[in-house]
Write a protein that binds this ligand. Structure first.
Ligand SMILES: C[S@@+](CC[C@H](N)C(=O)[O-])C[C@H]1O[C@@H](n2cnc3c(N)ncnc32)[C@H](O)[C@@H]1O
Length: 281
């Protein structure tokens, strides 16, 4: 661990992150509970939650028949779930091994999907066509240095009338010391363009370890996240905050329905997630 703020160029940071994400793939394939998808009605918990927030903003109140691009799709469990909810899906990730597992998972359940290996910051050029929905969730934009460039990809992937959805860890949560005995700030809420460096052999699910423990992430305050989307020409339709995370951010978090939360006495003190819906008019 650590989280020191360091000077590093994007290409070197990205290369380290890619090695780390490639290492996580076999661990996540074994720990994500893929067997649950043998039930054709099964959806990931994340997508089951997100559909309730997303569908009211869709013209037909459903994903059925819509083209959806899933950015940072990882091993495709959420992508498969979005396909099961009726969308024609394109999954985008920079990890070829993650996309291999995603493809196998989808094919083994008879779901046709398009998989595109690209940096999300180059997604517009790499992905064919445009989309009714661009979706990304849980563990996404902290891996990116340049949110203006990210938001431009999102806006250019959307058709006029299309909707963008993100739910992710709240930047105020990420400013906390995950190992402290109470809610204590430790890391910057406001980024200054520099990365935070982490060394962690473990991952957020399962007990395995990775060969490449070093990663780099970038803090992005809410003003930067929302500002980047507005700057790309999107219209903000909804902003929400939540108290339950799909992963255990801190050993002090307790298990609750659909994830993890701070102990009850602290639950109202700080948000754990944010949700943004924005549209291209
Ligand atoms: C935490 S996972 C997203 C997980 C997803 N919510 C899930 O549980 O399946 C983050 C994903 O972002 C991908 N990623 C990280 N940096 C990226 C980049 N610059 N371009 C494209 N994908 C990236 C990683 O390969 C990984 O699959």
């Amino acid at each position: 661990m650590d989280g020191s703020t360091v000077e590093i160029d994007w290409e070197s940071a990205r290369a380290a992150n890619l090695q780390n994400w490639d290492d996580r793939v076999p661990l996540h394939r074994d720990a994500y509970g893929l067997d649950a998808f043998d039930d054709p009605a099964h959806l990931s918990d994340v997508v089951a939650h997100d559909l309730k927030a997303l569908t009211p903003y869709l013209p037909s109140r459903s994903l059925r028949g819509l083209d959806l691009c899933h950015l940072q799709c990882h091993i495709g469990t959420d992508t498969l779930s979005l396909a099961r909810a009726g969308a024609t899906v394109t999954g985008v990730d920079f990890s070829a091994s993650a996309l291999r597992v995603a493809r196998e998972l989808a094919e083994s359940h008879g779901v046709h999907a398009t998989w595109v290996e690209t940096d999300v910051l180059d997604a517009r050029a790499a992905v064919s066509g445009d989309f009714d929905v661009v979706y990304t969730s849980i563990g996404t934009i902290t891996w990116l240095d340049d949110l203006d460039r990210w938001a431009a990809q999102v806006a250019q992937l959307l058709r006029p009338g299309g909707v963008f959805y993100i739910r992710d860890g709240h930047p105020a949560l990420y400013a906390l010391d995950e190992n402290a005995e109470n809610l204590t700030t430790r890391y910057p809420y406001f980024g200054d363009g520099r990365a935070q460096r982490w060394d962690d052999e473990s991952t957020y699910v399962g007990a395995g370890t990775v060969a490449h423990p070093r990663t780099y992430e970038w803090p992005h305050p809410l003003s930067e996240i929302i500002g980047s989307l507005l700057g790309a020409g999107l219209r903000l339709r909804h902003f929400g905050e939540g108290k339950v995370l799909p992963w255990r951010f801190s050993p002090r978090m307790v298990e609750v329905p659909h994830g993890f939360a701070w102990p009850q006495s602290e639950r109202d003190l700080i948000p754990c997630t944010y949700t943004i819906l924005a549209s291209r008019d």
